[in-house]
Design a protein around this ligand. Structure first.
Ligand code: IPE
Ligand code: IPE
Ligand code: MG
Length: 244
């Protein structure tokens, strides 16, 4: 039986966050340079977006490049930035036709100018689309985001815009890059690593976690469907007792 037919459309995760890991190991296994793994990772992104749109997931966040990834060798960083530009140039029109809205979170000003411009163009072009929102986390880390939020709140307190007593979970969330995006209810990490690597620490507070040994370039539609089926078999209690 096809996996997609096992998915209950009434019990979908609304927002899936993905740590796309294992490109380097995938390339190494094939006797190639790490860049080859990153290139093939783009196809997996495309498949995942299509699969998510097919079943009706509304939000997808892809962890593409972390704050810590800037410490990789310059050649690899350059390749990743170049690939991002290429991926946007080759994929945006199609994504746009298919109703995908592109957004980005992270310290976008730290990106090469070319990257910033391409990203902004794709964001503007697709801003009215409603079917699925695909968010790229780039030059992103959660601690960076939280510290940044605290700085902005500090400023607003100084300027009299907010008072400390008014700060609630909701107010704090509104200072994060994800302010208009619902928290992910499902996190997928590929490549067998079982850690969060500075990704969406606040937003993942009650997400379900799914770890698969599949290396990112091998991730595809069926892998996404498998993960969603796993999600649908879990009981989410949010700290309460179970309903039975
Ligand atoms: C994920 O693959 C892509 C990025 C972090 C940019 P890696 O490059 O981390 O690949 P591995 O984990 O070394 O195999
Ligand atoms: C996490 O992968 C970051 C991204 C997928 C962009 P890393 O490969 O950088 O994480 P660690 O070093 O294994 O924790
Ligand atoms: Mg890695």
């Amino acid at each position: 039986m096809e996996l997609i037919t096992q998915i209950d459309k009434n019990k979908l995760p609304k927002h899936i966050a993905i740590i796309m890991d294992g490109n380097g190991r995938w390339a190494k296994k094939k006797g190639k340079e790490r860049a080859f793994g990153h290139e093939n990772g783009v196809k997996a992104v495309r498949q995942t977006v299509e699969a998510a749109a097919e079943i009706g997931v509304e939000y997808l966040t892809f962890y593409a490049f972390s704050t810590e990834n800037w410490d990789r060798p310059k050649a690899e960083v350059d390749t990743l930035m170049e690939l991002l530009v290429q991926a946007i140039q080759t994929q945006t029109d199609d994504l746009n036709k298919n109703g995908v809205r592109i957004q980005a979170i992270g310290d976008l000003e730290s990106l090469p100018l070319k990257c910033q411009h391409e990203l902004q163009e794709a964001i503007n072009l697709t801003s009215k689309n409603k079917r699925l929102t695909a968010i790229i986390a780039i030059s992103y880390s959660s601690k960076w985001e939280i510290v940044n939020a605290v700085k902005k709140i500090g400023n607003d307190i100084r300027n009299g815009k907010v008072s400390p007593e008014d700060i609630t979970n909701e107010v704090f969330s509104s200072y994060l890059c994800t302010k208009d995006i619902p928290d992910p209810d499902f996190l997928i990490r590929t490549s067998g690593e079982q850690r969060i690597s500075n990704f969406l620490l606040w937003q993942l507070a009650y997400a379900e976690f799914y770890f698969t040994p599949v290396l990112w370039p091998d991730f595809n539609k069926d892998e996404l469907f498998k993960a969603v089926i796993d999600f649908q078999n879990r009981e989410r209690r949010f700290g309460k007792t179970n309903i039975l």
